[in-house]
Design a protein around this ligand. Structure first.
Ligand SMILES: [Zn+2]
Length: 347
């Protein structure tokens, strides 16, 4: 089952085929299924060390994911007992929630970025579900999306068993020696407040989590305790990784790509174009993020907002608000708040 990770970029689904793909000496990509209807697969990575395996991300607590992981470990003549630690990129269910179950079986340590603490605590207190999603939608004038999301039954953040505390909180710059591999954690807020990427400078590979994805632009600020300006953080974090030497990127969703710089350049250009598109729609009366979102094209296929699934409409409103807030801090528009509804207009 060891095979080189040569995924044809024209075949966007091939990366999801189950297996163990050696992407660099001693580093294996393992795609795991997830119950999500949109993104169907998450990559976890296994790193061979002197005394066992380190995982990057844990996968979703979901029986088919566990079965796929067991198969992958068996193909490496290992089992879950060989996992020593799990370095998680961020506290979304597809990256974090399987960690607790793996820890109970193997005694491994689960580690998470220290700035994920407010969101994890909010999830543990049961504040991560629909209620948390509704407040920003209401503030941005998206009552219709609130109704659609409720009808679709979206917003169950799962029970407390998914949101156990980690064994250790990781600080920016923290180093990990895993046999011949040395990893450095780097705080890259944006997709979530405490998102981390892990850099292997010797082999010139970077585990990008959801910070840099090859085919999609990650959502920003979809978390239980979001930051004030998630897109501003995200753009700074992209530039911080762009300032490192170029590396092969190992993403959490999608195939491996040879140049993280090339993908970051695409993402930065995409966001500047979106900022300009938002600004162009602000001429005239003050408008809500919901009104602007309904006029923007969405996804690679330029779909209409009204044709998106309710949960994607929700992310589209968050994303539009994040862009409008960046226009605001850049002095390109002003915010008007009346009766708790935020509207934007050109200065
Ligand atoms: Zn995520």
């Amino acid at each position: 089952m060891r095979q080189p990770d040569l995924v044809d970029d024209t075949d966007r689904r091939r990366w999801e085929e189950p297996g163990v793909y050696e992407v660099a000496p001693g580093i294996f990509r393992v795609p795991l299924p997830m119950p999500d209807r949109g993104l169907r697969t998450v990559n976890v990575y296994l790193i061979e060390g002197d005394d066992g395996l380190t995982m990057i991300d844990a996968g979703w607590a979901h029986p088919p994911a566990r079965a796929a992981l067991d198969e992958a470990l068996a193909a490496l003549s290992c089992s879950v007992q060989d996992v020593r630690s799990i370095l998680v990129t961020h506290v979304h269910a597809d990256h974090y929630s399987q960690g607790g179950a793996l820890r109970r079986e193997s005694g491994c340590a689960v580690l998470l970025g220290e700035h994920e603490r407010p969101s994890l605590e909010s999830l543990r207190a049961g504040r991560g579900g629909r209620a948390g999603m509704v407040a920003p939608l209401r503030r941005h004038g998206a009552e219709a999306v609130i109704a659609a999301v409720a009808t679709a039954g979206f917003g169950d953040s799962g029970g407390p068993e998914l949101w156990e505390l980690p064994d250790e909180w990781i600080a920016d710059g923290q180093l990990f020696a895993l046999g011949k591999t040395r990893l450095q954690a780097m705080h890259t807020p944006g997709h979530t407040r405490g998102h981390l990427v892990y850099v292997d400078a010797d082999q010139r590979v970077i585990f990008t989590g959801d910070h840099v994805l090859p085919h999609i632009t990650p959502s920003v600020g979809f978390e239980s305790a979001p930051a004030e300006l998630p897109l501003a953080h995200y753009l700074s974090s992209l530039r911080a990784v762009r300032a490192l030497p170029d590396m092969m990127m190992l993403p959490a969703h999608g195939p491996v790509r040879t140049s993280v710089h090339a993908r970051i350049d695409e993402l930065l250009a995409h966001h500047e174009a979106r900022l300009d598109a938002c600004a162009a729609l602000l001429a005239g009366r003050p408008r809500t993020a919901y009104e602007i979102a309904r006029e923007l094209p969405w996804t690679r296929r330029a779909r209409r907002f009204d044709d998106l699934k309710p949960e994607h409409q929700m992310l589209a409103v968050y994303e539009t608000a994040a862009h409008l807030d960046v226009l605001h801090v850049r002095g390109r528009c002003e915010r008007v708040i009346e009766a708790d509804i935020v509207r934007y207009r050109v200065v």
